[in-house]
Design a protein around this ligand. Sequence first.
Ligand code: NAG
Ligand code: NAG
Ligand code: NAG
Ligand code: NAG
Ligand code: NAG
Ligand code: NAG
Ligand code: NAG
Ligand code: NAG
Ligand code: NAG
Ligand code: NAG
Ligand code: NAG
Ligand code: NAG
Length: 827
Amino acid sequence: MSTQSTNVVLLIGTIVIISLMKPDCTAVTEEYNGFKLCVTSRRGIKDLSHRNLTDVPSNLSNNTQYLDISYNLIQSLNGAQFSRLFQLCFLKVTHCGLQEISPTAFSHTPALKFLNISHNNLHVIPDISVKQLEILDLGNNLFTSYRIPESFQNFSHLDLLSIGSTAAPSVSYSDFDPLMNVPVHHLVLGAGIPWKNYESGSLAKMKSLQKVSIRASFCGNFRMFENVLVDLNVTKAKSLRFIAFFPDNCQVNGDPFENLRTMPFIQNLTIENTWINSSFMEMFLKNVWLSSVYDLSFVNMTYNEDTPDGFQFHTLNHTINVSSVTFNGINHYQYKYPTFNMSFEAFSRLTYLKFSGTGMNILPCRVMSALPSLETLDLSDNLLSESGFWWILCSHTSVFPKLRQLSLSKNRFRSLSIISQKMNEMKTLESLDLSFNSISLDGDCSWPAGMKELNLGNNNLGNSVFQYLSSNFERIDLSKTGITAITQEALSCFPKLTHLKLSSNSIRVIPADLSLPTLLSLYIDQNAITSIPREALGGVPKIQTLSAGSNPFVCSCDSHWFVADFNKSLLLDWPLNYTCSTPPSFAGLQLSEFKTSELSCETGLQVAVALPVIIVISAAIGLVFYKYDGVWYTKMLWVWIRMKRRGKKCSNLMKNASFSHHAFISYSHQDSDWVDSQLLPSMEGAGFSLCTHERDFVPGEWIIDNIINCVESSYKTLFVLSRHFVQSEWCNYELFFAQHRAISVQRDSLVFILLEPIPADCIPKKFLRLRSILRQQTYLEWPNNERKQQVFWRSLKSMLHMADKSVALKDVALAISDKVALLTDDL
Ligand SMILES: *[C@@H]1O[C@H](CO)[C@@H](O)[C@H](O)[C@H]1NC(C)=O
Ligand SMILES: *[C@@H]1O[C@H](CO)[C@@H](O)[C@H](O)[C@H]1NC(C)=O
Ligand SMILES: *[C@@H]1O[C@H](CO)[C@@H](O)[C@H](O)[C@H]1NC(C)=O
Ligand SMILES: *[C@@H]1O[C@H](CO)[C@@H](O)[C@H](O)[C@H]1NC(C)=O
Ligand SMILES: *[C@@H]1O[C@H](CO)[C@@H](O)[C@H](O)[C@H]1NC(C)=O
Ligand SMILES: *[C@@H]1O[C@H](CO)[C@@H](O)[C@H](O)[C@H]1NC(C)=O
Ligand SMILES: *[C@@H]1O[C@H](CO)[C@@H](O)[C@H](O)[C@H]1NC(C)=O
Ligand SMILES: *[C@@H]1O[C@H](CO)[C@@H](O)[C@H](O)[C@H]1NC(C)=O
Ligand SMILES: *[C@@H]1O[C@H](CO)[C@@H](O)[C@H](O)[C@H]1NC(C)=O
Ligand SMILES: *[C@@H]1O[C@H](CO)[C@@H](O)[C@H](O)[C@H]1NC(C)=O
Ligand SMILES: *[C@@H]1O[C@H](CO)[C@@H](O)[C@H](O)[C@H]1NC(C)=O
Ligand SMILES: *[C@@H]1O[C@H](CO)[C@@H](O)[C@H](O)[C@H]1NC(C)=O
């Protein structure tokens, strides 16, 4: 194997110490994880930080899921404060000067999963017990020992425990005993102060540790640190992170990381927020190269060249296991470019290199060809431009022979046409990130055919950007590029498109004719979209991920289908980021809580819903109608109404008339039982005077004369119709009607009672008149049911009530026939 070393000089552009302010990425993630774990509704979020509160507000609504009361003046927590918050899942009380927490503080909040009480003045680790707790941050407090309370045994779901105190410089053997069977995967220990004592074996008790972050320095006593490593080797932790390991004035004696060589489980090693001298770096890397570590990171380090020739690392006669190296944030202590002198040949396994936040403005020549296996190169957040990346003095045989992903984000690149041409040198390149530069569209682009992904986010490009892209692109990120409109025509140039990001633009409308049959993921959040047309999403049949939140949605029927029908599992940001913006009455309402009735929005549905409802109701009414003889009652009602109307009309007329009987009753003698037992007692009992032929006819007179006399002296003529009557008696009356045509026309004077149903065909053909009367005239049907009989009698009585017996029938009959138009008669 070649042991030739290649001198590579990294040219770092900044002269002065650059102070890079980087957020603590892991912490942000934990907090975000907790947020995602807990919050299902925007209403459940209460951020009351920075309010000068002296106590937990007592008027918090009982649906609070997320409560942030950091940066207040709350000194103690107790159960009463949280008694109503049974849904509380995320609680953050940092920077409050908290001094004590009662053991029952969280006994009413069984759902609590995330608790951050770091940066307070707790003098003892609180003796709390919350079964569901997954993330607990007790960092940066003032307790004097790391002795964990017994109650922590009960944290059966605890995954991340962060614990640290600026007043606790030592760890004792039994401190972590209660955590022996708690499934903590990630432990963050310490508060950045130097440790005075560490009793061997303490950390080894936590069997489930996978990830350990130690925030402490061991200056002057690195043997202690070696013991820590031995214990972490026992826990088989895979990932180690040392934060603030060397303060600026730390004296390193010996080789603190020598144990790394015999720790077979370590995979990831991170050194963070620390001062590193080039002399230490040489020693440290020798250990790493001989270890099992494959992911090595330096985050926010201050680099000091204390060796006269810079960093020297010549001899390497074995390949190293490290395949991923990250430098994220380097502050240069010296006012000069650092010098690296090391062999790259040994890095045959290096696939990932990140060199970010270093101030680099010129890419060292040999990097392009000296890292044969490099697949991902991240040079984001530097000061590179076209001329610095393709430095004019360099000449190379091969340019990143295996590079697939290149990030040049957050640099100073300008020309898209030049970049596109240069990328053709990188034969295997698939993905390029040019976000956060100053790219302009300055001419035609010729992208490498194999390139599939381009990120141009956060460059000011405009609507024409699509013309400058390759039709081979599968993933395009155009977030925040000043796009105001998209058309299907522009998008149809990308037949292989699977991922499209258009977040943070000013797009108003999603084209309804959108048709991207291969698209899997679409981001259109933070635009000016008011609704998402159903047809547009019909044009992306394979969509798996959609992000469309933070748009000014109109809460109307346009949004209804989206709320009601769209498969929400495809939405990354549902429901929190979807809120109504108009109409004003709904502004701020979470879209998921916008309930408009489906009925008011969909016509087809209206019919579909209304029809069965109407049918059911009709059927129900019909059934009730049938069951309770609605037909009979309706007929009665009809009779009643007509009578009342007629009654009014005729009342004047009748005022002066007089009769000797209210009614003449005509019936077949076969029905005389009914007449004698029912009709007469009922009516006469009610004060009506009735004339019947059996009782009142004058003997000796011809029956017809008798009838006529009786009829003439009665206000009404009442026929009791039955089959017998129709067949035997009717002929008499036919004659009568023939003679007294005028009277017969005044139909109101005739009342028909149907004792039994008489089908029309039972009536002999010759009795046309009767048929016609039964068809036109209302008649009363005799019911069998007793309740109905009541109604029957009442109807009958009111029919006869209109009678007044003071005027002779004749006059009345004449008067009536004068007033009432003659109806055409079938006779
Ligand atoms: C707790 O809050 C502090 C202060 O905001 C933050 O730095 C830390 O990351 C938080 N802890 C977790 C686990 O999120
Ligand atoms: C809190 O108090 C400080 C000074 O006592 C004041 O400057 C600040 O405005 C107050 N903050 C709020 C939110 O009331
Ligand atoms: C709770 O009370 C405080 C005053 O004590 C008030 O400012 C706040 O609006 C109240 N919050 C609710 C949700 O009622
Ligand atoms: C939550 O509070 C509301 C009123 O703010 C009340 O109607 C409801 O019953 C409470 N829920 C429970 C479970 O206490
Ligand atoms: C753990 O919880 C059980 C009941 O769930 C309780 O009896 C026991 O005292 C708790 N242990 C500690 C150390 O608090
Ligand atoms: C780590 O553990 C392995 C066995 O699991 C052992 O061989 C090795 O010596 C240990 N290393 C240290 C530094 O304790
Ligand atoms: C780094 O070098 C400086 C001298 O340049 C020395 O004072 C300091 O102790 C060294 N620090 C470490 C961590 O080696
Ligand atoms: C970077 O590390 C230094 C110590 O070397 C520390 O003072 C500073 O706060 C760190 N910066 C960030 C952003 O963590
Ligand atoms: C390097 O990795 C290989 C497997 O990838 C492994 O067998 C070997 O033990 C590792 N080297 C060290 C020093 O752990
Ligand atoms: C270790 O590093 C790899 C990348 O090299 C990463 O994917 C993995 O998440 C890291 N593991 C931990 C526990 O940080
Ligand atoms: C590798 O180099 C070391 C010195 O750094 C030497 O001790 C060792 O014998 C060499 N091994 C081989 C295989 O050449
Ligand atoms: C929700 O919107 C905010 C602000 O627009 C954004 O920062 C956040 O990432 C979005 N959340 C999701 C899950 O997309």
